[in-house]
Design a binder for this molecule. Structure first.
Ligand SMILES: Cc1cc2nc3c(=O)[nH]c(=O)nc-3n(C[C@H](O)[C@H](O)[C@H](O)COP(=O)(O)OP(=O)(O)OC[C@H]3O[C@@H](n4cnc5c(N)ncnc54)[C@H](O)[C@@H]3O)c2cc1C
Length: 471
């Protein structure tokens, strides 16, 4: 009799639920143990809610920029929209809940068992053989497993001197409880999450101060793109405090006082702390099962999602590979393919496309760490400002660019950065080129619509043709 492989997955976010669907389709008996809600933080508190909020912010930006195109509301040459944040947040939360229900439905249809509770590995002689689930009602359940996938995600990092109270000092998971727009919002942290929320609330109508410990917003991202965004932020009235590390945030009645390490203070009505995240890897029974973690608490995995313990895999933010839902899902799928003896391609981070949902958006794929001004001999780079594109001119888009990287000689496309409205959609052609090892000539030879923003991708590729490069 064939043995059906029993896979138990701790965590129902993208790292867990995508793996569960694939494993069930491949004939495994799959159990997903989750305590926070199917869809995970990605669907319920992080990715889906923030992008839904940003959808409203994008409409506001379009309306604020509309007078330039001749639109006027409320009188001559003015367009002054406003938001009802209670309705915006109700929509955000309803959409996230529906998304969670849809995923639950898909899992149930696929035959996946969903168990609500907190899971931990149970090791027998140093080998993980089951997952113990502590349910909210105090009961426990033992789920035996041939393979376990840990996909427990991460949570916002909190500073001892800036404890969120859920009302005025907030983490990004708490902002959807707000019923009124913060008048003066201080965002601490200028990484992707801080930048996205700062831009969104500025567009919604808050007066935003962004506290950045670095020289520029978005440290670690493409510097040309970060420069564009910082300029746009400031032009729209945001106060950006660079080289300013927050030491504390303290509530004082209806206000919050943020004190910087150099003693300066910033006062606002609300403060959003976006200072990174911590992996949910405590109390999972990792040590007893022989699962190693890094000093930061992330689970050590190889490129096929194996941990240091046999038959225990890990995927997503708990591994710290790259905190993206798409990467979590890919790691999870790879884990179950491997566990079930299917053919598997190790994860390749050089092909990941990612997007920062600011206005303009910043989308990247492949090789992007080199600045356009860099004369690194291993890369050819071209950067086309967006305002040279006819469609962008018609739409009133000024800020942004298309940047392509190619291998000298062969002209193989290595990566790209697109800074533009809806860059997340435009990057796909570059992602295809990187993934399929296309050359700049092949990309340039594809018809693009005239006029279109994607025309700039083809034009950048054309400029990278050996004979047409300026240098
Ligand atoms: C504000 C914000 C916006 C983001 N936007 C994007 C975006 O636009 N695009 C993108 O690709 N990525 C985005 N990300 C990143 C993305 O949300 C994460 O990479 C993704 O959630 C990781 O998925 P995961 O499955 O590892 O974990 P999660 O989605 O965090 O899910 C983990 C689940 O495990 C559960 N769990 C934890 N411990 C246990 C336990 N012991 N027992 C049972 N259950 C447990 C949790 O309750 C949770 O339900 C964003 C992140 C943030 C913070």
């Amino acid at each position: 009799m064939n043995h059906v492989t029993r896979i138990v997955i701790i965590g129902g976010g993208p790292g867990g639920y995508e793996a569960a669907l694939v494993a069930a389709r491949l004939g495994a008996k799959v159990t997903v143990v989750d305590r926070g809600g199917v869809g995970g933080a990605a669907v319920l508190t992080d990715c889906v809610p923030s992008k839904t909020l940003i959808a409203t912010a994008d409409v506001m930006t379009t309306m604020q920029d509309a007078p330039e195109l001749g639109v006027e509301v409320n009188g001559r040459g003015r367009c002054e929209p406003g938001v009802d944040l209670a309705r915006v947040n109700d929509r955000v939360l309803a959409l996230a809940a529906r998304q969670s229900e849809d995923i639950t439905e898909d899992l149930v249809k696929a035959g996946v068992e969903i168990v609500r509770g907190t899971g931990r590995l149970v090791a027998d002689g140093g080998v993980a053989r089951a997952v113990e689930v502590a349910a909210e009602d105090g009961s426990t359940l033992l789920c035996e497993a041939d393979a376990v996938l840990l996909a427990t995600g991460a949570r916002p990092r909190e500073l001892a001197a800036a404890r969120p109270d859920g009302e005025r000092i907030l983490t990004w998971t708490q902002v959807y409880g707000l019923r009124e727009l913060p008048q003066e919002l201080i965002v601490v942290g200028s990484g992707v999450t801080g930048a996205e929320f700062a831009g969104a609330y500025q567009a919604l109508g808050s007066q935003v101060t962004l506290v950045s410990s670095r020289d520029r917003v978005l440290p670690g991202e493409d510097q040309d793109a970060a420069a564009v965004l910082e300029e746009v932020f400031q032009r729209r009235g945001m106060r950006v405090l660079s080289r300013s590390r927050a030491a504390s945030a303290v509530r004082d009645g209806d206000r919050v006082l943020v004190t910087l390490e150099d003693g300066r203070t910033v006062s606002g009505t609300h403060c959003l702390m976006a200072v990174g995240s911590l992996p949910n890897t405590e109390e999972l029974g990792l040590e007893e099962a022989g699962v190693q973690t890094t000093p930061s608490g992330h689970i050590v995995v190889d490129r096929v999602s194996r941990t240091t313990a046999s038959n225990v895999y890990a995927a997503g933010d708990c591994t710290g590979l790259l905190a993206l839902a798409s990467v979590a899902a890919m790691q999870g799928r790879i884990a179950v393919y491997h566990a079930l003896g299917e053919a598997v391609w190790p994860i390749n981070l050089k092909r990941v496309s990612a997007n920062i949902f600011t206005s303009p958006e910043i989308a990247t794929v492949g090789r992007t760490t080199f600045n356009a001004e860099s004369d690194d001999p291993h890369f050819d780079v071209v950067k086309l400002p967006l305002d040279t594109n006819p469609r962008a001119k018609m739409l009133g888009f000024r800020d942004g660019f298309v940047k392509l990287y190619a291998r000298p000689g062969s002209g193989t496309v290595l990566g790209g950065v697109i800074v533009a409205p809806r860059a997340s959609e435009l990057i796909h052609s570059v992602s295809m080129a990187v993934d399929m090892h296309l050359t700049v000539d092949q990309v340039a030879s594809v018809f693009t619509v005239y006029p279109s923003l994607s025309g700039s991708v083809a034009e950048a590729a054309r400029r990278l043709h050996r004979d047409e490069r300026e240098d």
